[in-house]
Design a protein around this ligand. Sequence first.
Ligand code: ARG
Ligand code: ZN
Length: 875
Amino acid sequence: RIIHLADYRPTDFVLERVDLTFELDPEATKVEARLIFHRREGTDPAAPLVLDGDELTLSGLLFDQMEMARERYTATPDTLVVRDLPESSPFELTITTVINPQANSQLMGLYRSSGIYCTQCEAEGFRRITYFPDRPDVLAPYTVTIIADKAANPLLLSNGNYLGGGNFDEGRHFAAWFDPHPKPAYLFALVAGDLGVVEDKFTTMSGREVALKIYVEHGKEPRAAYAMDALKRSMKWDEEVFGREYDLDIFMIVAVSDFNMGAMENKGLNVFNDKYVLADPETATDADYANIEAIIAHEYFHNWTGNRITCRDWFQLCLKEGLTVFRDHEFSADQRSRPVKRIAEVRHLRSEQFPEDAGPLAHPVRPDKYREINNFYTTTVYEKGSEVTRMIATILGRDLFKKGMDLYFERHDGEAATVEDFVRCFEAASGRDLGQFSLWYNQAGTPHVSVAAAYDAAGKTLTLEIGQTVPPTPGQADKKPMHIPLDLALVLEDGTIAAPTSVEGAEMTGSVLHLKEARHKVIFTGIPSRPALSLNRSFSAPVVVRYDQKPADLALIARHETDLFSRWQAITDLALPALKDAARAARKGEAIQIDVTFADALLAVAADPALEPAFRAQALTLPSEADIARELGGDNDPDAIHAGREAVLTAIARTGAETFGSLYDTMTPDGGYSPDAASAGRRALRNAALLYRTIAADTPALAAEAFAKADNMTDLAQALTVLAHRFPEAPETHAALAAFEARFAENALVIDKWFQIQATIPGDGALARVMRLKGNRHFNENNPNRVRSLVGAFVFSNPTGFNRADGAGYRFLSEEILRIDAKNPQLAARLLTSMRSWRQLEPARAELARTALVRVEREVLSNDVRDIVDRTLKG
Ligand code: ARG
Ligand code: ZN
């Protein structure tokens, strides 16, 4: 069944209040839902009330406290239909269901794992708890009473403020919670069990005191300190930058170890994958710290963008996700280094979202149809959605963007809104027409912007011919031209930026050119000499720019641009031709020749003490094999791409030997470990140097020494990665892997790193290694983090291993999908998206990939996987 945006209509009944009582039991939890409804004015007085369910059985139904006549309702596992309801007066339904949290392996709805009861209701999990109008435009205040065995569940949590609790018969106790803020069911949460807590408090800008609590497994409290610090910084930042204050007496976070996603913004009670809460220097990398900070912020920011203002329907998912990702990006940029953060965002967008947008699973930021909404929690909705918000900020400028956001909060607080509502606020605040701009929400595919430049020395004019095209995507053959805000600079030979006396052919505000037509001829006058063109500065638009840039111009930009993102981009663009040529040569079986002149700019940046180390480390990190595959654009042979990239790395390692030696010696920590961004940058630069030095020396000695000396997880994991990926069979590697496993055997999150490092060892041996690791005592096929760290890492992050020429990797994936699907369809569907670029493979591999997909299509059971496999094969 396909759901269409165009079919949206409001419910026939308005939900006034929700009162839930849970009697928790591992296998038979009784849920009593008292719901007060009235018929919406103007709707058919005979219309029945239709509630959603999912694998439910009804065990009782009362109408205004009286047994409901059997002929007035029909219950199936997925609906409850109630007829003959009052024309206008409110009425109360009391629905009783009995559910089995222990048997809930989908991890949607109420489930129990490691002795903890917890819920995940977004998008449509609440209907696995009770029959309900389970859609985001049905908002109500909730009262929740939880009754449970006190010894096993001293902690009973739900949304809102704590009302009270007490003891009950037979060793049981209860707690009651009231959430005054009307919310849709997807924001409901319940947690019960025995957990440790870290407590703190925050005083809001209006002087209210909020209790902060982070619940973790007993003994792990010290590892929640960084998350707590990040939470307080997030609360402060949202007040200062967006004027948003927290609105309950308490804010709680619970870390659980079995979780399908990263985290969930349930009102006042965020539930997190513990991977994004727990950290200490011994067990967490710098990347883990940065992720924790970003995700804590993301979920906290949802309190306003998502909860206070929610989505009318799931088509509007980007309204909360794209906006909230934009907010967490801005937060991290303010807390850390803005340019380095921007580079990381763009790398992520290009490696994850661009392939999605160019393949069979492409969809608009706001889709107009879906078969399974869980499959639309994508990088397109999240990250491209964030870029679209960022473009609004770029087009309007900081002050008008702020004015538009203020208006959005003012107009829509307490509502379930749409993308149109959001855009209208910026139009009203700025007086600008964002009609054409809104195509970004509706047209899928990454726009291509092509540029040709001609400089006329006599007239001192620069003429740019700029064209844009948006490639066809499934269901969208023809595209209209988009409003693309292209930030650019004309960099003169002396490194200064030219200030044109006039610009014709397109509107320009500040340094941003507004492309709105399929072609523009833009003339800049008063340009004293031929400039180098720095295009799409700070990545002002999520587009692919095609411009035949001269290496000398790129080197000039790499040296002088004031926009650091563009300097990094220029270095990347200098390296790309070498990477592509090397891959092509390897594909033809020719000897790989590398002209290393491109490396000069890269090494100059790496050695420049005026630049921050984190930025220099980014410059040393070449485009990934997936990035190169995308640049090659089809008929791809992952082995050739790998061989080509290795040859380029080796050339850089040799040319820059001196630089890497001195970086390795000087970028040492001063004092003990600190997770701050500056220290992390030094470690990143030193670890990049370790990699290049190891490549040049071609022995495991240096990495083995680094492994032995590491006093933090960042250095330890990097040393282990270099050892395992470069010398998988060396005795040093076997010893290091064994030592790591023994040392961290009790820490599941660190063991995940151990699986992941081994699952991503390149080459034909990877599959056998992964199969062997599946038998390791630490592997647990019911834990999503474990599955992602082994199977997920192999299929997403091991291009040569997964794309083995004999197709064994694809066959392995199809078997894994079918087995995982039987337990956890969401996890299986997510893993299968690793096949999204199968058509870009060379014909023999593509055919083997197709065969594996066809097998999944034939045997699959869940709607989740069926949706992905059908689209992957068809598109
Ligand atoms: N809203 C959550 C977040 O982004 C993620 C929920 C994911 N849900 C899903 N069904 N995949 O913070
Ligand atoms: Zn989110």
